[in-house]
Design a protein around this ligand. Structure first.
Ligand code: NAP
Length: 282
C-alpha cells in the first residue's frame, strides 16, 4: 500500500518514490533546499514497488503531492498513469520527476541536464569543441548522451560492453555521437563512468570501468558513482594527474532542476553540497 505522509502543518508535501529508498539522499537535498528558501514544505522517502505505480500516481493526485522524484524501479512504470511527458522524458522513456502543470501531472527527466549543469561548473570553461566519452549505455548514460547532444560538444563517444545498447544510446546524442572502443578514449577531453563499477559495498567496488592506460593527465574524469566519493577509477585517474569529479555534482544538479520545476525557485548549491558531502563521507 502506498502511503504519503500527512501535511501536518506544512504547506506542501513532496517525496521520492522507489524501492529500495531508505538510503536515498533526495530528502536531505530537498529539505535543505526548502529550508534555504524558507519554504514550509516537507520531503519524504516513500517505498513504492513497480506493481504499485498506478496506486502511487493516484495517491499523488488525491493527496496533492506538489513534487515527486521517481527512481528505480518506477522510472518507466509511472508513465502510463501521467497526463503527459516533457520531450526529454518522452525521448528517454524514463521519468525521474513529476510536476503539476495546472491540473495535469507531467513527467520530466532532469538527470541529463543535471549532469551537464554540473559539468559546466566543474570545467569552468565552455563545452565547445570537447570530446566526451561515456562508458556504459544504461539509463544514466542515455540521459547524459541526450543532453550532451543539445550542447556544442565536438563528439560524444559511447563505449559499452554490449554493442546494441551502445548504438541505441548513441542515437540519442544526434549527429556528433557514435559508438567507440577503449582505443578512442586517449583522444577524449572528458571521460565519464556511467556503469556501476566502483560502487561501495558491491563485489565490483575495486573494479575499473576502463583500463587506466587509456587515461591521461590532460583529461577530466567523472564517475557517476558517488559512494565512495573517490572511487578506484577516480583514485587512479588522479594519480595520473587528471582532474576528477564524483557523481555528487549530477545528483545535486538533477535535484535542483526538480526543485525549480516544483517551486519556481533557483536555490544556491553551496549549502546543499556541504551537507550531502558530509552525509556520504559518513
Ligand atoms: P543501468 O541502466 O543498469 O546501466 C548500467 C550500464 O553499465 C549498462 O550499460 C551496463 O552494460 C554497464 N555495466 C554494468 N555492469 C558492468 C560490468 N560489470 N562491466 C561493464 N559494464 C557494465 O544503470 P544506470 O541507471 O545507468 O546507473 C549506472 C550508474 O550510475 C549506477 O552506479 C548509478 O548509481 C549511477 N547513477 C548516478 C547518478 C547520479 O546522480 N550521480 C544518477 C543515475 C545513476 P550493458 O548495457 O552491457 O548491460
Amino acid at each position: 500500500m502506498v502511503e504519503f505522509p500527512e501535511v501536518n502543518g506544512y504547506e506542501f508535501i513532496a517525496a521520492v518514490v522507489g524501492k529500495p529508498i531508505a538510503h536515498s539522499l533526495s530528502p536531505l537535498i530537498h529539505n535543505t533546499a526548502f529550508r534555504q528558501e524558507k519554504l514550509n514544505w516537507s520531503y519524504h522517502a516513500v517505498e513504492v514497488s513497480q506493481n504499485e505505480a498506478s496506486e502511487c500516481i493516484t495517491a499523488v493526485r488525491e493527496k496533492n503531492i506538489r513534487g515527486l522524484s521517481v527512481t528505480m524501479p518506477l522510472k518507466e512504470a509511472v508513465i502510463p498513469y501521467l497526463d503527459g511527458l516533457t520531450e526529454t522524458a518522452s525521448k528517454l522513456n524514463a521519468v525521474n520527476c513529476v510536476f503539476w502543470d495546472g491540473g495535469d501531472l507531467i513527467g520530466d527527466n532532469t538527470d541529463g541536464d543535471g549532469f551537464v549543469n554540473a559539468l559546466k561548473l566543474q570545467l569552468n570553461e565552455p563545452l565547445n569543441g570537447k570530446t566526451v566519452a561515456i562508458i556504459g549505455a544504461g539509463g544514466a548514460a542515455r540521459s547524459i548522451i541526450n543532453s550532451l547532444g543539445d550542447n556544442p560538444v565536438k563528439e560524444i563517444i559511447v563505449v559499452n560492453r554490449s554493442n546494441p545498447k551502445a548504438e541505441k544510446a548513441a542515437y540519442l546524442g544526434g549527429p556528433n555521437a557514435r559508438v567507440g572502443s577503449y582505443g578512442d578514449l586517449t583522444a577524449c577531453d572528458i571521460v565519464v563512468n556511467s556503469t556501476p563499477l566502483g560502487m561501495a559495498g558491491t563485489s565490483e567496488e575495486a573494479m575499473l570501468p576502463v583500463p587506466v592506460e587509456f587515461l591521461s593527465s590532460t583529461q577530466t574524469v567523472i564517475d557517476l558513482v558517488y559512494n565512495p566519493i573517490e572511487t578506484e577509477l577516480l583514485r587512479q585517474a588522479k594519480g595520473l594527474g587528471a582532474r576528477t569529479f564524483s557523481g555528487l555534482g549530477m545528483l545535486i544538479h538533477q535535484a535542483l532542476l526538480q526543485f525549480l520545476l516544483w517551486t519556481g525557485l533557483n536555490t544556491s548549491i553551496e549549502g546543499i553540497e556541504s551537507v550531502v558531502s558530509d552525509a556520504v563521507g559518513r
